[in-house]
Design a protein around this ligand. Structure first.
Ligand code: 25A
Ligand code: L14
Length: 340
């Protein structure tokens, strides 16, 4: 018989993404029976509000997942590597926000608007991976175009908010901005350089091919989610002094010609997408407008006049919601509706 309610654990509950997860579980009235909040010993004893009730944060350990149905993980890759298999062995289905399992061929990498069918593969390891934030918003907008016109190549540059790095990075941008405006020296603790009033072409670590790990996540994850390894992709990921909301300049080359008008029409009917595109009134997607919203916003849709079959667009979404917590909970919603 189908359960009415599910026991849910949030791992990394005191972090930027974890906090958002708890809020969204409540907002969307996810059928939570018991909610278990887990974090490191630093947070033990603190409280997080769930339905107006202060819920105590517990220390994550090997026994945390007994009788837990779903585990939403967002405490970093090393925590997931160690504890996601432990949770899965205890019978808990893990939806993991970190990069730890995304490219594991046994683990589905899911964006509900794009490849919900892949969720069925959770049975392999008891783990479903949530993609990288910049990848999620891009594939939500590109999937309808790919289906109709066949995307051959993607050139993307990102403008990523500091909240993707977590709470300490939000504090760093705040503190540096205040210090600069009061003529004080700035302190750099999270990023290698000043982020306030600056742009850093550096997200996650550098790899041997001179790309960053964030850039290569966009390349590899996009191909896996769109189930098409023939798409050529190149990315430049940039941190900008924005608190919430990632923006992306995306250029695509398609196999079949598609006009800007056709793209606008297609995207205005696409699930999870809102087209915001009226140059005459200076209307286009903005990070500050996307913050707190669920949709992916697309504008500046225009034909690339330098090639025969190309489109340029500007894609914006809340990185903590669609980029992380919301996408994970949408996956959990499909799990409880169709699988468990
Ligand atoms: O490895 P990845 O995949 O690249 O992910 C790296 C980081 O990205 C965030 C998340 O950071 C993660 O740690 N993240 C993950 N997936 C994401 C996604 N899809 C994503 N961001 C965007 N999109 P975060 O700061 O948001 O969350 C951190 C949470 O994880 C808990 N945690 C850390 N280590 C843990 C652990 N929980 C259990 N066991 C462990 N070993 C962490 O809890 C937080 O909930 P906490 O108790 O460590 O921190 C609670 C408070 O303390 C502050 N704090 C954190 N570190 C320090 C600190 N204070 C002082 N010194 C520190 N070293 C936190 O800011 C928090 O307020
Ligand atoms: O999910 O913005 O792979 O610093 C790693 C780094 C998410 C965001 C991931 C950042 C991320 C991130």
């Amino acid at each position: 018989m189908k359960k009415q309610n599910y026991s849910v654990a949030v791992v990394g509950a005191t972090g930027a993404v974890g906090n958002e997860m708890v809020q969204i579980l409540e907002e969307r009235k996810f059928p939570v029976g018991k909610l278990k909040l887990l974090a490191s010993s630093r947070s033990a004893g603190s409280y997080v509000k769930f339905y107006n009730k202060d819920t105590k944060v517990e220390i994550l350990d090997e026994d945390s997942f007994k009788e837990i149905d779903i585990g939403l993980f967002s405490a970093g890759g090393t925590v997931s590597e160690k504890f996601a298999p432990v949770a899965a062995r205890a019978g808990c289905i893990v939806v993991d926000n970190t990069s730890a399992f995304r490219m594991d061929s046994q683990v589905p990498l899911v964006v509900p608007e794009v490849n919900p069918h892949a969720i069925a593969q959770y049975k392999n390891k008891g783990i479903i991976a949530n993609p990288n934030c910049s990848t999620i918003q891009m594939v939500v907008a590109l999937k309808p175009i790919h289906d109709v016109a066949g995307i051959k190549r993607i050139v993307v540059s990102t403008y990523q908010a500091v909240s993707g790095t977590g709470k300490k990075a939000i504090d760093e941008l705040q503190n540096q901005s205040r210090d600069i405006l009061s003529f004080k020296d700035v302190e750099c603790k999270v990023y290698p350089h000043q982020i306030a009033f600056n742009c850093l072409p550096h997200i996650d670590v550098f790899l041997e091919n001179a790309y960053t790990k964030e850039e290569m996540k966009m390349v590899n994850e996009t191909r896996k989610i769109l189930e098409d390894n023939s798409i050529r992709i190149t990315a430049t990921t940039v941190r900008v002094p924005v608190f919430y909301g990632h923006s992306e300049s995306v250029n695509i080359e398609t196999g079949k010609k598609i006009t800007a008008g056709e793209v606008r029409k297609l995207l205005s009917q696409a699930p999870g997408v809102t087209v915001v595109d009226d140059p005459a009134s200076a209307t286009y997607p903005l990070a500050i407008d996307a913050a707190g919203k669920d949709d992916t916003f697309v504008g500046r849709i225009r034909e690339d006049e330098s090639i025969e079959k190309g489109i340029n667009m500007w894609i914006v979404a809340d990185n903590l919601r669609k980029g992380a917590a919301l996408n994970a909970i949408q996956i959990a919603e499909i799990l409880v509706k169709e699988y468990i």
